[in-house]
Design a protein. Structure first.
Length: 204
């Protein structure tokens, strides 16, 4: 016997509960709330989700999320495109942008090297990064990766890879960010100061 009075409701609860941090009780509340909405509002939500999934792209330059082939940061002429901040995820771009302390551009790797999780260099957006480095238009690469073993391993790999093809300097954000912390969970003041007070990267 089904747990719910409707197979459609059960299917919707199952789908919502697949979202991060959403349990079945919360998923059920979402579904019941949607059923109370006017049809026009629930239809608009559905269309928005479909458009998000089908319409969003990866910037061909930095691999950030974008509505077109190039993101709004890469096409912003007021940004200093000679300074590239290398981050793990789109969430890190949002976190740094919220500090309003950085006016360079980004490169989103899409992860960090983690053999335990089966993530290697070929799983990251390194070819696009190497292409940017090879053009010799970059004066500084900022390694703004998590203060974890995986983040440090990735930083070292990128440093060794890019330093052989680019004369750019390398720096890392100041350790105002605690060891083991993810950038997206760091408060804006601390993260902003870490960007401003970055230090030269020392390879190990």
């Amino acid at each position: 016997m089904t747990e719910y009075p409707s197979a459609l409701l059960e299917k919707a609860v199952n789908e919502f509960s697949r979202l991060p941090g959403v349990g079945r009780k919360t998923a059920l509340r979402f579904c019941l709330h949607l059923l109370k909405l006017p049809t026009t509002e629930s239809d608009e939500l559905g269309r928005t989700i479909i458009n998000l999934r089908n319409g969003i792209q990866r910037c061909e330059i930095c691999c950030n999320l974008s509505d077109s082939s190039r993101c709004s940061i890469c096409t912003d002429n007021s940004r200093d495109k000679s300074i590239v901040c290398i981050v793990e995820s789109v969430r890190d771009v949002l976190a740094i942008e919220n500090t309003t302390q950085f006016r360079g551009v980004y490169h989103v790797l899409g992860g960090v090297i983690s053999p335990m999780e089966g993530i290697g260099p070929t799983d990251l957006s390194l070819p696009q990064l190497e292409l940017r480095a090879a053009k010799n238009l970059i004066s500084e690469f900022i390694l703004a990766l998590p203060a974890t073993l995986e983040g440090d391993t990735t930083s070292y790999y990128i440093f060794k890879k890019l330093s052989s093809i680019s004369p750019a300097s390398f720096s890392t954000i100041a350790r105002g960010v605690a060891i083991g912390d993810e950038l997206e969970y760091t408060d804006e003041v601390t993260l902003g100061r870490s960007i401003l007070n970055r230090t030269p990267y020392q390879s190990r």
